[in-house]
Ligand binder design. Structure first.
Ligand SMILES: [Zn+2]
Length: 66
């Protein structure tokens, strides 16, 4: 197990359209992607366009805080 300084952190991207539709956060009805980002390059919130299986289209997925 390495305990070095890891500048890549794991983040969760969540479909913003699903959230706007008022789906409960515990519900499986929100599209989520797990990805990684470089803490040094991306200090702000990450936003990516990904396909949402619940909205059936590409939507903006935004980083959420755990
Ligand atoms: Zn969605």
């Amino acid at each position: 197990m390495s305990k070095g300084k890891d500048i890549r952190i794991r983040i969760i991207l969540e479909c913003t359209s699903c959230v706007r539709n008022g789906v409960n956060k515990e519900s499986p009805g929100i599209s989520r992607y797990i990805t990684q980002k470089n803490r040094n390059n991306t200090s702000s919130r990450l936003e990516l366009r990904k396909f949402c299986h619940y909205c059936h289209r590409h939507t903006v997925h935004e980083e959420i805080k755990k």
